[in-house]
Design a binder for this molecule. Structure first.
Ligand code: ZN
Length: 448
């Protein structure tokens, strides 16, 4: 149907079969796929490295895992679906396990008997399988053969960073987790949107430096924060965590811990004009990696853009979060909203009128002719007469274009177009913008 929607869905399809985790070859393969499309630096953090209050775990590389009947019939096979193996399961040499013992290692969803759940055991020394409850109910034999071939040992955690330099000091952080195996909405939709947003921004002149982070959830964000606490973290002006962008729910912005950071206002504005049912949620210390970016010692202006909310949809963390659940049209709508947000981030500014004493005479400057006869709401160049009048009235060096858009009840793009037209005839000039960087600096310094 639409090109960007299909491209986003194609990324999800290409990456879906890979067994990702918080470390290992599946994660590296995923990052290499991204690196083939945008300039991505891969970073390796060795096992045992202290990252803030945490430690980089051992690297996990699963190869094969199955449960068979004693006569050799397959009951569960990791080769058929990578959700079948509990993440970070250690190796189990082929052996017969009595059903009573095996039962302790099996995970299912009795209330949704056809789905395979997603389970992890990153920091437990254990093993296990996930399977549809109806399969578990059919396991009537007294014992089964079990085999897990997986390497769990010293290695590294991998994350990828794409840096697109801008003209001004200050960075925009876009973060997507990349550690979930075959789950499409929770993981791949955010990753695909981040990849295409980076591509879109790479082809445009940029005011800010945009930093895209593709990292395993929690531990990857912690590793990045530990490495950048005195550098890039201090330069973050605006930030977004991207996740669950491919389902049919309305767009949802979970506010940053600050609740009223510029990015919170920008996204709220874009979502309000995008659709009436889009939602704004307050910050909470749960969810995705905004938890880390918004920990008190960093308190970065980072919120989370999603459609369905973390943990609240029936497909969440099950085999139903698949390639049919994420749809090209929803991905395309999410991506369009992201581009609009990026436009606001890049092009919001504070302007001052060069002619504030009385209304400027528009006809003489060709601005009245441009809109004459169209009426207050009409639009000749992407904005109406009322929008232009609002912009000229509020251009006192104190209101940003976003303030004006909110006050005028107009989308940012219309206000920006009106401001561009007024700037082109010398009626508006840039005023000094406030510096949001100081806030990050003081929050980080306080914790020492
Ligand atoms: Zn998840």
């Amino acid at each position: 149907m639409n090109r960007i929607g299909d491209a986003l869905h194609a990324h999800c399809s290409a990456l879906f079969p890979i067994c990702r985790s918080i470390t290992g070859e599946g994660l590296r393969r995923t990052l290499r796929y991204v690196a083939e499309r945008i300039p991505l630096q891969l970073r390796e953090v060795p096992t045992g490295t202290r990252v803030l209050d945490w430690e980089i775990p051992r690297e996990w590389n699963p190869r094969a895992a199955w449960i068979r009947t004693l006569s050799g019939e397959t009951v569960v096979d990791f080769a058929q679906h990578n959700l079948h193996l509990v993440q970070y399961s250690h190796a189990v040499p082929e052996r017969t396990v009595p059903m009573g013992e095996l039962r302790q290692h099996l995970h299912s969803l009795p209330e949704r008997p056809h789905l395979i759940p997603y389970r992890t055991a990153y920091y437990a020394d254990s093993w296990g399988f996930c399977l549809p409850h109806r399969v578990l109910e059919g396991m009537a034999d007294p014992a089964y053969r079990v085999f897990i071939d997986a390497e769990l040992g010293p290695g590294a955690l991998t994350y990828g960073e794409c840096l697109l330099p801008g003209r001004e000091e200050g960075e925009v952080l876009v973060s997507a987790h990349a550690c979930h195996p075959s789950l499409a909405n929770d993981n791949l939709s955010g990753l695909a949107c981040a990849l295409e947003l980076a591509r879109w921004l790479a082809g445009r002149p940029r005011r800010f430096t945009w930093r895209f982070l593709f990292a395993p959830g929690t531990i990857g964000a912690l590793a990045w924060l530990a490495a950048n606490r005195d550098g890039a973290a201090r330069r973050v002006r605006h930030g977004m965590v991207l996740s669950n962008l491919g389902d049919g729910a309305p767009l949802t912005w979970k506010r940053s811990r600050r609740e009223d950071a510029p990015i919170d206002r920008m996204v709220a504005h874009v979502l309000r004009h995008e659709a009436p049912d889009n939602r704004l949620l307050p910050f909470s210390p749960y969810g995705y990696d905004e938890r880390q970016y918004c920990s008190p010692g960093f308190d970065l202006p980072v919120g989370c853009l999603q459609r369905s909310v973390h943990g609240t949809f029936p497909e969440y963390h099950t085999s139903a979060d698949d390639l049919a659940f994420v749809r090209p049209e929803h991905l395309a709508r999410s991506f369009a909203a992201l581009c609009t947000i990026a436009e606001v981030v890049e092009r919001d500014e504070t302007l001052a009128s060069t002619c504030p004493l009385g209304e400027p005479q528009l006809g003489r400057r060709g601005l009245y002719a441009a809109i004459g006869g169209i009426g207050p709401g009409g639009s000749a160049r992407g904005f109406g007469q009322m929008t232009l009048l609002w912009v000229l009235n509020l251009a006192d060096g104190r209101h940003t274009l976003l303030d004006m858009a909110e006050r005028a009840g107009q989308p940012f793009a219309a206000v920006r177009a009106a401001a561009d037209a007024a700037m082109a005839v010398g009626l508006l000039v840039p005023a000094a913008a406030p510096d949001h960087l100081e806030t990050n600096r003081s929050a980080i310094d306080t914790l020492g």
